[in-house]
Write a protein that binds this ligand. Structure first.
Ligand code: G6P
Length: 610
């Protein structure tokens, strides 16, 4: 989704802003733009459709000693072209703005402005906002800050924005509602961005703007204020400890590949400090633990990959603790008739912590009085702030658009939560808890999995021209199948569907022929024999069979066209192992098909619109 970076300080703005935009590229975008206001009051704006490198080569004079704002746009209103790219200016060309989010009531505002003879250049909702600010400002009665406030009070929807005004060559204003915005501070330098990735290189002192807050930077000073009233608010500065390594590919060509390989370390990080030989410690839940333990119903709500983690969470929590769990897409949960009250726990899972639908679902749960629990990867994000309590997945910044390490971190947390709940409710014994918590060996098994990567790459080469795939698994491995299929779709644009293995008979089997591969996920568990029957059903229709298993049985060798054997493990670890195999398979399919793995077409890392 759209990205913002802004800088005010004594250094040349251009390199800081352009490097910042490159850091934001992972979010997905289709055009980019930059506006710099020099100390001699000269405003230069450059915009381009396409990548940041195209913007960079279009800038002729790369020198600015004042301040600047920059943007990567993921089109919502208006086609992805140069005119619709940000920054946008008002009619007087004094006020310039970059914006993330959607102004929902832009049509009536536009009508009003048109009636006042305001002329529009683009099709965007953003231009409507900057023209409205310009309208209030140019009427002559309001100063810059007041004009911004007046406009923001009249718009519905979501915004994260940064604004400059030629008449105020030492002032920068930023505001947020719904769309995240972060301020980085370093002596007399200010950095503003939609997430910390462009800032982390410069400073660790961060201020996360809250909803309906604005920051007014004037010279070397700044104030946090309310958008609704001219009152100063506290400056809650945090020191963040993100590692700069998270933003470098290291020896890998793509972030996604690096992040797949990081999973031994990230899972260890997720678990660290949370496991005693016979207890699970989830300090983030302490304050609400009594309510969580007493709850008679749990909802899990999320989007995309996080929703798949939720499906696994449901099976784990139900199995271990006998508590009924319902899993709903956040976009459905927010509008459906859901049975929530103060006895219900609503768990929201989100890597970014900023997904608009998930935030709306949390709001609904809060309004109904449920206990809301966030499982999220980004400290300071909206999910962390809007939920009653929560657990951070601590897997470091995830850059690849296709989520990998965040997924295994989420399912690790859900595993811990399920065990903690079960032990508290007395549905598992101390001995059983102890057995489940012994995971050192698991990390070694995950590490050893990467020895199979050459084989997985070979299998990918073999199927590189396939146009459709079925992914089939049962129980915990049905969500793994869904996630495997999603990974393939996302980054190689190959159609893939996940199904419960037996359900395949009720429709998808009609698709099977010699050109259609099916990926079976086959742990040696209670459904093993049944899955073998499902494989046979496909085999007898000449379908190609790829099997991911932890069994060395001869029958699998006979049935499979391609067999990937992962280390022997219990079914809980198998979920991680199979997931990583499918991540690697999708990755190699994408690379072989020459896809842009980290920035797949049309997708965004963090979906901050409904
Ligand atoms: C986007 C991303 C997915 C992600 C989903 C939910 O669609 O491309 O990778 O799973 O959003 O994001 P969240 O940050 O809430 O987990």
């Amino acid at each position: 989704m759209c990205g913002i970076v802004a800088y005010k300080g004594h250094k040349n703005c251009y390199p800081i802003l352009l490097n910042g935009l490159k850091r934001l590229e992972y979010r997905g975008y289709d055009s980019a733009g930059i506006a710099c206001l020099n100390s001699d009051n000269k405003l230069s704006i450059t915009k381009r459709r396409g990548k940041v490198r195209e913007l960079e080569s279009a800038i002729t004079n790369i020198d600015c000693d004042g301040m600047g704002i920059a943007h990567t746009r993921w089109a919502t209103h208006g086609r992805p072209n140069q005119i619709n790219a940000h920054p946008h200016t008002d009619q007087s060309k004094k006020i310039v703005l970059v914006h993330n989010g959607i102004i929902e009531n832009y049509i009536p505002i536009k009508k009003f402005l048109l009636s006042k003879k305001v002329k529009f250049k683009s099709d965007t909702d953003t231009e409507v906002l900057v023209q409205l600010i310009g309208y209030f400002y140019n009427k002559g009665k309001m100063n810059f800050e007041k004009a911004v406030r007046a406009a923001l009070q009249r718009v519905d929807g979501a915004y994260g924005l940064v604004i400059l005004n030629k008449d105020y060559p030492d002032m920068m204003i930023a505001a947020r509602k719904g769309s995240p915005l972060v301020l980085g501070l370093k002596d007399s330098e200010f950095f503003i961005a939609s997430d910390i990735s462009p800032i982390i290189k410069h400073t660790q002192q961060i201020l996360y703007l809250k909803d309906s807050e604005m920051v007014v930077i004037d010279g070397k000073d700044y104030n946090v204020k309310s958008v609704n009233k001219d009152i100063a608010l506290p400056k809650n500065i945090e020191m963040i400890d993100y590692k700069i390594d998270d933003y470098d590919k290291g020896k890998f060509k793509y972030f996604m590949h690096k992040e797949i390989h990081e999973q031994v370390d990230t899972i260890a990080n997720t678990m660290r400090g949370r496991i005693r030989p016979d207890a699970v410690l989830l300090h983030g839940l302490s304050e609400y633990w009594d309510e969580i333990e007493a709850s008679d119903r749990i909802y899990i709500t999320a989007c995309g990959t996080s929703w798949h983690a939720g499906l696994i969470g449901k099976l784990l929590i139900e199995k271990f603790s006998d508590t009924p769990v319902f899993v709903e897409y956040a976009s459905e949960f927010r509008y459906n008739h859901t049975l929530i009250d103060s006895q219900t726990v609503v768990i929201a899972i989100s890597q970014s912590g900023e997904t608009a639908d998930t935030l709306a679902a949390i709001k609904k749960a809060n309004d109904y009085g449920a206990v809301t629990v966030g499982i999220c990867n980004v400290p300071g994000s909206s999910v962390g702030r809007e939920t009653d309590c929560g657990i951070y997945t601590r897997c470091g910044h995830e850059v690849g658009v296709a989520s990998t390490k965040a997924f295994t971190a989420q399912i690790s947390i859900l595993y811990l939560l399920a065990l903690k709940l079960a032990y508290a409710k007395g549905t598992i014994s101390r001995a059983s808890l102890k057995r489940h918590l012994d995971y050192d060996d698991s990390l070694k098994k995950i590490q050893s999995l990467f020895h199979q990567e050459k084989l997985i790459q070979k299998v990918a080469r073999k199927y590189k021209n396939a146009t459709d795939f079925l992914y089939l698994g049962r129980g915990l491995n049905f969500p793994v199948a869904l996630e495997g299929a999603l990974k393939l779709k996302e980054i190689s644009y190959i159609h893939a569907e996940g199904y419960p293995a037996a359900e395949m008979k009720h429709g998808p089997i009609a698709l099977i022929d010699k050109n259609m591969p099916s990926v079976f996920i086959v742990p040696k568990d209670k459904t093993y024999e049944k899955i073998i029957s499902n494989i046979q059903e496909i085999k007898s229709r000449k379908g190609k069979i790829i099997i991911v298993t932890n069994s060395r049985d001869k029958i699998l060798k006979e049935l499979a066209n391609d067999l990937i054997i992962v280390p022997r493990s219990n079914i809980y670890l198998f979920v991680h192992l199979a997931t990583i195999v499918l991540q690697l398979f999708a990755y190699h399919m994408a690379v072989i098909n020459k896809r842009n793995v980290d920035q797949p077409r049309n997708l965004a890392k963090s979906v901050t619109v409904e």
